[in-house]
Ligand binder design. Structure first.
Ligand SMILES: [Mn+2]
Length: 358
């Protein structure tokens, strides 16, 4: 059960401290029930860049939030901040790996991933794949360290590939884990542009390489290949709620809460949430790398997360990936939405583990 942090010296009704940790909160890692690991990584980003700047964009927009959350208050936890939330500083090692990997990946992406017979490109591909494996190991270790201390750990990307190490750590601790995956993309490609650990392959790699994942339930999916479509059909552990089918159900008179119930029905008790911001309507994430029209409204997404708690599921961990800042100076919209979703994920995980307001 998460522990309440020492909040005596903090004024939660004032403006957040822009120099504080995430959400303007004063907590050090030692005082926090929720630890957030920023992973500024986007080596295999194939379309629009910027996801490596996502954690910083979320952090800098986050003090603007109100720490009281009306929707979470209906679960008995209107003030999740009281349990302590801390986001680590970005690792300079990860930043350096990312810079190197991005530089090595660019010519491969420019060649459309066709590297056969080009020795330079083949060497570059090996470098990117090796750095990606290194990154996976680093994330897994960071996440495992937090889990082993009894904390809730959330990973903040970065592109979607950063979820792999986080899911590996959680699945090792909670075998039989179910994954709730919100995304525009299925991310079930068997490698993409030659990259074996691409953002577009992350759930494929999770389902093929990680033991202990019992179910993958995908929501909002609206952009995928024929092979990915076949995998959603053929792997009995995977249930995919395509955006087009969900919209049709709603148009035919089913309610969103009925859809939530059918989404949750395929999930076991313990759940990891992997949330790609592009699962939302792109109006809510205009700068994300691979936006697709359609998708969930903010209220649909957060009510789905809250439905997990109401159904008695336990959210053991989560990630939020693919947030990228606008290139227009002063435009914090992407970071603002990302920060709000991140706060909701923290609150849902805490509430699902029994945290309640005093
Ligand atoms: Mn996506």
């Amino acid at each position: 059960m998460p522990r309440r942090a020492d909040t005596a010296s903090f004024d939660a009704t004032g403006a957040g401290d822009p120099d504080g940790s995430i959400f303007g909160l004063p907590f050090r890692a030692d005082d926090a029930s929720v630890l957030l690991v920023p992973v500024p990584w986007e080596a295999t980003t194939s379309y629009g860049r910027g996801a490596a700047l996502g954690p910083a964009a979320i952090r800098s927009a986050s003090p603007q939030l109100d720490l009281f959350d009306l929707e979470l208050s209906e679960l008995g936890l209107g003030e999740p901040w009281q349990f302590g939330i801390h986001m680590f500083e970005e690792s300079s090692r990860v930043r350096a790996w990312n810079e190197h990997a991005c530089a090595r990946a660019l010519p491969i992406i420019a060649a459309g991933g066709v590297v056969d017979n080009d020795a330079d490109l083949l060497t570059a591909l090996t470098d990117v794949n090796n750095l990606s494996r290194e990154l996976d190991r680093w994330v897994e270790q960071e996440v495992r360290a937090g889990i082993d201390q009894g904390r809730i750990v959330g990973v903040v990307g970065g592109d979607h590939s950063v979820a792999f190490g986080a899911i590996a750590a959680h699945a090792a601790k909670w075998p039989g884990l179910g994954i709730l995956h919100v995304d525009a993309h299925a991310d079930l490609r068997d490698a993409y542009e030659g990259f074996e650990r691409s953002h577009a392959s992350v759930l494929h790699n999770v389902m093929r390489r990680i033991d202990g994942v019992a179910a993958l339930v995908q929501v909002g999916i609206r952009d995928l290949s024929a092979q990915e479509h076949a995998m959603t059909r053929d792997d009995p552990r995977i249930v995919t709620h395509f955006d087009v089918a969900m919209r049709r159900s709603l148009a035919e008179g089913r309610t969103w809460s009925q859809l939530c119930a059918s989404i949750l029905a395929a999930l076991p008790e313990q759940i990891y949430v992997t949330f790609d911001i592009d699962g939302l309507d792109p109006a809510l994430c205009p700068s994300t790398g691979t936006p697709v029209p359609g998708g969930l409204s903010f209220a649909e997404a957060t009510s789905l997360l809250c439905a997990l708690v109401r159904a008695g599921k336990t959210v053991v961990g989560f990630d939020l990936v693919e947030v990228a800042p606008s290139k227009r100076p002063g435009d914090e919209w992407d970071g603002n939405v990302g920060a709000r979703l991140l706060y909701k994920l923290c609150g849902v995980a805490l509430a699902s583990q029994g945290a309640r307001d005093a």
